[in-house]
Write a protein that binds this ligand. Structure first.
Ligand SMILES: NC(=O)c1ccc[n+]([C@@H]2O[C@H](COP(=O)([O-])OP(=O)(O)OC[C@H]3O[C@@H](n4cnc5c(N)ncnc54)[C@H](O)[C@@H]3O)[C@@H](O)[C@H]2O)c1
Length: 352
C-alpha cells in the first residue's frame, strides 16, 4: 500500500485527495495546507487522515511514500525538491515549476535518486486524448496540418503566473502528447489588464518541424467558457469539445481534394470533400482518476510516467520561450529539438 500526502488543499487539491482515496493500492495518509479553513474542509471529507499546516511534518512521516503537490506554481520547486531529497516519489500538478532552472533540477534530483517524478498534465490522461492519440498514430486522420484551440473562460486571474502557465500549458502538453512534429519555433502575443498583473490573455503560434502549425487562444476574461480543439488532417478533420457531456470527439470525413492538374483552366485544383461524421465511444473515467491510478502504477511497478519530469520540463521550456516572445510583441523564438531555450538564448533571443 502506497502512502500519499496531498500538499495544498485549495481548489484542485481536494480533487486529488478524492481520486487517490478511490485508487486501489494507495492510501491518503496526510493532507497539508497552511489555511485553517482548508484543513477544516479536509477534516470533513477525510476524517481518518492526518492534517497538518506544514509539509515538512508530512515528509517526516514514515508512512508517506509519495507526495502530490497542488500548491501555487511558485512553491512547487521548494516542496518537490525537499520531497525528492527525502526519498519520496512526487506528483506535481502542472506546471512543474515556474522556471526552467528549477524544472531541470527537479528532473536531475529524481534521476539521481531513482524516484518517480510525474507532472499532472491531466488532459493527457483523458479518454478523449487517448482516443485522438490512437487515431493520429494509426494515421487515420492522415498527415496533421494544424491544431487549433480555444481555451477561454471567465476565470480568477492568477496573480502569480500568466495565462500561459495556467491554460496554454494544457494545450502544449496535449500537442506534445498527440502530434508527431517537433516544435521548432514559437510566437506569442498577450495582454495584461492591470500593470502589475501577469497576462490574462494570449495568442500563441507554435511551428512544428513537419510543417504543421498550432494556434492557441487562451483567455481568463471571456464571457463564455470554451474548451474546443480542432485538428486538421489530410484525410479527416477532428473536433474535440471537452464541455460536451457526450460525443466530445467528432471526426469529420471532410477535407480538400487536390487534383494533379486542372481539367480546364477555369476549374480549381482544390475541391471540397464532404463525407460522414462519427463520434467514437469514450470511457467515462474521470481524467484525474486515470492520472492518479497511473502515478500509483508507476510508483508501484517502477515505470516511467507518460508525463514524467522530462515531459514537464519540455512544457516549461515552451512556456518560457512563449513568454520571451510575448515580451517582444510576438517575435518568433527559435527552438531546437532537445534544448529549445538554450537555442533561443544562443541566438540572442532574450536580449535581442
Ligand atoms: N491539472 C489540472 O487540470 C489543474 C487544475 C487546476 C489547478 N491545477 C494546478 O494545481 C495547483 C494549485 O491550483 P489551485 O487552483 O488549487 O490553487 P489554490 O490557490 O486554489 O490552492 C492552493 C492551496 O495551496 C495552499 N498552499 C499555499 N502554499 C502552501 C504550502 N507552502 N504548503 C502547503 N499548502 C500551501 C493554499 O493555502 C491553497 O489552499 C496549481 O499548480 C494549478 O496550476 C491543475
Amino acid at each position: 500500500m502506497i502512502g500519499i500526502a496531498v500538499i495544498g488543499y485549495g481548489y484542485w487539491g481536494p480533487n486529488l485527495a478524492r481520486c487517490f482515496a478511490e485508487t486501489e493500492g494507495c492510501r491518503v495518509v496526510a493532507i497539508v495546507d497552511p489555511a485553517a479553513e482548508a484543513l477544516a474542509r479536509a477534516a470533513r471529507h477525510h476524517p481518518m487522515t492526518r492534517l497538518t499546516a506544514n509539509w515538512r511534518e508530512a515528509l517526516a512521516d514514515r508512512r508517506v511514500d509519495a507526495v502530490a503537490i497542488a500548491t501555487p506554481a511558485a512553491t512547487h520547486y521548494e516542496i518537490a525538491s525537499a520531497a525528492l531529497r527525502a526519498g519520496r516519489h512526487v506528483l506535481i500538478e502542472k506546471p512543474m515549476a515556474d522556471n526552467l532552472a528549477n524544472a531541470r533540477e527537479l528532473v536531475d534530483l529524481a534521476d539521481r535518486a531513482d524516484l518517480r517524478l510525474m507532472i499532472g498534465h491531466t488532459l493527457v490522461y483523458s479518454s478523449a486524448a487517448r482516443k485522438i492519440e490512437a487515431l493520429i498514430s494509426s494515421h487515420d486522420l492522415g498527415n496533421i496540418h494544424y491544431y487549433d484551440s480555444t481555451r477561454v473562460n471567465l476565470g480568477v486571474s492568477r496573480r502569480d503566473v500568466s495565462v500561459l502557465w495556467d491554460l496554454a500549458v494544457h494545450d502544449l502538453a496535449i500537442i506534445r502528447y498527440l502530434l508527431p512534429g517537433e516544435p521548432i519555433a514559437i510566437s506569442a502575443n498577450g495582454m495584461r489588464f492591470a500593470a502589475d498583473a501577469p497576462e490574462s490573455l494570449a495568442h500563441v503560434t507554435l511551428y512544428l518541424n513537419d510543417g504543421s502549425v498550432a494556434h492557441l487562444n487562451v483567455n481568463w476574461l471571456a464571457p463564455v467558457k470554451t474548451r474546443r480543439v480542432t485538428i486538421g488532417g489530410s484525410q479527416k478533420l477532428l473536433l474535440w469539445d471537452d464541455l460536451e457531456p457526450s460525443e466530445k470527439v467528432k471526426i469529420y470525413h471532410r477535407g480538400h481534394l487536390v487534383a494533379d492538374e486542372p481539367i480546364d483552366p477555369d476549374q480549381a485544383m482544390i475541391d471540397y470533400r464532404i463525407g460522414d461524421m462519427w463520434s467514437p465511444h469514450l470511457s467515462p473515467v474521470e481524467p484525474l482518476m486515470s492520472e492518479a491510478a497511473h502515478f500509483i502504477d508507476c510508483v508501484g511497478r517502477h515505470l516511467v510516467p507518460v508525463t514524467d519530469g522530462k515531459f514537464g520540463l519540455r512544457i516549461v521550456e515552451l512556456i518560457e520561450a512563449a513568454t520571451l516572445s510575448m515580451q517582444q510583441r510576438g517575435r518568433p523564438v527559435e527552438l531546437k529539438a532537445h534544448s529549445p531555450m538554450q537555442a533561443a538564448l544562443v541566438s540572442g533571443g532574450r536580449n535581442g
